[in-house]
Design a protein around this ligand. Sequence first.
Ligand SMILES: Nc1ncnc2c1ncn2[C@@H]1O[C@H](COP(=O)(O)OP(=O)(O)OP(=O)(O)O)[C@@H](O)[C@H]1O
Length: 744
Amino acid sequence: MTSDAPPAETDAPSRTSMAGIAAEMIDAEAERRALQAKDEQETLFADDLLPGVGGGEKRLSLRQGLAAGGSVTFLTLMTLGALDELESATLQTLAPNIRDSFHLSDGAITVISAASGAFLVLGALPMGWLADRFRRSRVIGWAGVIFSAMVFASGLAGNAFLFFLARFGVGIAKSSNQAVHGSLLADTYPIGVRGRIASTNYGAARAAGALSPAVVGGIAALAGGADGWRWPYLLLGFPALAVAIFAFRLPEPPRGQHEMQSVLGEVIEDAKPLPISIEAAFARLMRIRTIKTSILAFSALGFSLFSSGVLQNLWADDHFHMSTFQRGLWGSIGGASILLALPFVGPRYDDLYHREPAKALRLLGLCILPTAVLLPVQWFMPNGVLFMIAGIPGVMASSVAFSMISPVLQSVTPYRLRGLGLALSAIYVFFIGATGGALLSGLISNAYDPRVAVLVIGIPASAIGGWLMIRGASFIRNDLSLVVADLREELEERDRQVADPANIPLLQVNNIDFSYGHVQVLFGVAFEVRRGETLALLGTNGAGKSTILKVIAGLGTPSRGVVRMNGRTMTYVSPEQRGRYGIHLLPGGKGVFASMTIRDNLEMAAFRMRKDTADRDRRFAYVLDLFPDLAARQNQRAGSLSGGQQQMLALAMVLLQDPEVLLIDELSLGLAPVVVQDLLAIVERLKRDGMTIIIVEQSLNIALAIADRAVFLEKGQVRFSGPARELAERDDLARAVFLGREGG
Ligand SMILES: Nc1ncnc2c1ncn2[C@@H]1O[C@H](COP(=O)(O)OP(=O)(O)OP(=O)(O)O)[C@@H](O)[C@H]1O
């Protein structure tokens, strides 16, 4: 083997000066920024190519849209949503009766009713996860069954604790509404009617919420007595159960079918999607700028919207001495005005989205913004009637904007992540927005008065919410273009797999962009590895070699692009799950527990196999046979081993996992040549045993000695991909490796 001595000693003087190095770093960063800016600009398709946009798409009436997916899904989910809302208002109306029945304090009943909202947020994540993995009709059905059982249980609860537990169940089950319904609706009905479907659903829920106090109060009064409050719960449980049982039979449409139809003209079905890691999904979703800005906008809006009604009533009572009836009347007029406005916003949103999606989002921003001006006008009104009247336009406009949260998110969320995307928004909007806003309003209102609370929170919240929404509008074209690009890539890949099913790569990365915070370090990285192949990843310092290994292992979520194993998408699969599918990473640096013995290190690594002792023994035998040095000194402390031996132990620990794809970051770094030779011999043996290996190597010679193919990365981009020996002939690239080592 030849030496890796750098051939460019003559470059040394210019590089050794600090100023030279600093200038080089500044240049490199400027180049990276330019690349990042270009990357952000690059993906812009014409409007006509975006899903649900432009002349090629037929305009649909709501009736036509519902007919396309069968109206039964819409009606069932709308009924479930309305029953949820009816139930939500039940506790508010019956709170005094329940308090007396269980001999609770005002504080305790308030906590119990507020807790239901928090449980709703708790349930959103699991519901979203289930929605992205399993038949949504089944998830909705089970959630409905639990909901009705818990509603019955609320009515039957013998004491306050059992009542609290029942509320817990109700809250969790209700979160299906946020996370699962939106996902199923998006895939059942065409893109062009999403706005109208959302506004109709919202209207039905609001109407049910408005009717609830009368219905619930009426039933409780009819039943009479101290336990009269139980009857509304017991009666509500029956229709909820009936609709839930019906929901099991709802059809399950292919995920993303309408985007695919619109963009590709056909539907690609992933019959068995791999489980999605919540962390990875959230990381990806928050990289989509339309999602990030609109979730923040709706959360800001939630800060003022959810507590404004209570504060308004408190002020009307304290300041204008309005009676309960008067306040109730104005509340109903306000609610009715929202119901009257909803039939306009849905069609308008759909219409604008069809023509130019950015305009649809801007419309929502423009609905939110005026509240910032209307609030001070309202809260300085001289009398109660004017105060109530002036409150109507702002709440009406903000509420109709709020009703469009689902269509906005549905449009840009990758179809595999719809459930989790909606869950994410529920967490932000209901927990941070509603609960955070309520807490803050409560604090300020206690310290000063409701007017101060509204002005201090409401004005900035509406201004920020509106501004963010308008800002989000400028991102949507790019984000929809990325949806198009991803779908096209998926179709190409599907066609390739159908045409040549015997030749599906074991591992594939395509179009990978990755950023640390705002700093993008990978730009459209793509390569493949076939079964049994050894691929060397080479490149200059900081080119992104370790980062792409992390992306393959699931330790980093790309902001764009796809990772596939055996042709199946695993971009959002957790690192642990990838380990189960056979992807294992030997990271660079120290990978052993220094204070533990070799044996204990290995035992730790084999923890996952503790139940299957036969498998565990087989793997131990294999690994100890590969590393006789380690086998001979199993009781020695790992920290007392040489660097090379520690590297062997780290490798042994990974090999215990029985990897199908082994990712090695910097096998030879800092090790003596003789140790490197030993390690290479082991890699050769692994190759013979059929293992697929991706190895990051600084040394070109080592890479050439073991790799079948090589990929050369520079500044986050693939500069070369091909047989390893061809890379050796590329003088420019080979030199870059040496210079990179020198410079870094
Ligand atoms: N955790 C991190 N946070 C922020 N930036 C990071 C992080 N890790 C790496 N980077 C940056 O990302 C870029 C790619 O780093 P990476 O470690 O993947 O490169 P590499 O090709 O493996 O380099 P080297 O050979 O020097 O290890 C570099 O500019 C690096 O500074």
